[in-house]
Design a protein around this ligand. Structure first.
Ligand code: SF4
Ligand code: F3S
Length: 108
C-alpha cells in the first residue's frame, strides 16, 4: 500500500483524496492516513500531494517507517471519517510544509 508520512501533518492539502479510486483516505484533525487494507497500489495519489508526503510502503524514507504502522492504526481509529472530496488545506499549510519531524504535532 501507499503511506501518508510526516510532511502531511499540519498541512493536509487533501489533493490526494480526489484521485483515489477506492476512497481509502481517512481524516484526523491535522493529517490524513491511508487504510493499507483498502489501498490497491494504483499510484495515482503520490504525485498529487503538494507536500510530497505520500510514498509507496517500500519507498518510505528510513526515518519515517513508523508512519507505516501509524497509517494502519489511525485509519482504523478514524474509520468513521472517510474523506473523498478535496477541501481547503489547514490555514498555516504553507508555513508548515517542509518543517521536519512533525510527529509531535500529530493530533489523534
Ligand atoms: Fe488510493 Fe491509489 Fe493512493 Fe492507494 S495508491 S491511496 S488506492 S490513490
Ligand atoms: Fe496530506 Fe498531501 Fe494528501 S499533504 S492530505 S497527503 S495531498
Amino acid at each position: 500500500p501507499f503511506v501518508v508520512t510526516d510532511n502531511c501533518v499540519k498541512c493536509k492539502y487533501t489533493d490526494c483524496v480526489d484521485v483515489c479510486p477506492v476512497d481509502c483516505f481517512y481524516e484526523g484533525p491535522n493529517v490524513l492516513v491511508i487504510n493499507p487494507d483498502e489501498c490497491i497500489d494504483c499510484a495515482l495519489c503520490d504525485s498529487q500531494c503538494p507536500a510530497q508526503a505520500i510514498y509507496s510502503e517500500d519507498d518510505v524514507p528510513p526515518e519515517q517507517v513508523h508512519y507505516i504502522e501509524l497509517n494502519a492504526e489511525l485509519a482504523e481509529k478514524w474509520a468513521d471519517n472517510n474523506i473523498t472530496e478535496m477541501k481547503d488545506p489547514l490555514p498555516d499549510a504553507k508555513k508548515w510544509d517542509g518543517v521536519p519531524d512533525k510527529l509531535k504535532y500529530l493530533e489523534h
